[in-house]
Write a new protein. Sequence first.
Length: 42
Amino acid sequence: MACHEAARAAVNFGYKNVYIMSVGIQGWEKAGKPVEKGDHSS
C-alpha cells in the first residue's frame, strides 16, 4: 500500500509520530481527532 510506503519514508527521514489512518482523513475527523489545515489562498 502506498500509505505504508509513505509512512516508512517519513520515519526514515526522521519524522516522529507517524500514523497510518486506516479509515482515512474522514474517519479521523469523524472520531473527533485534531486536524490542522494549511492556508490554500495562494
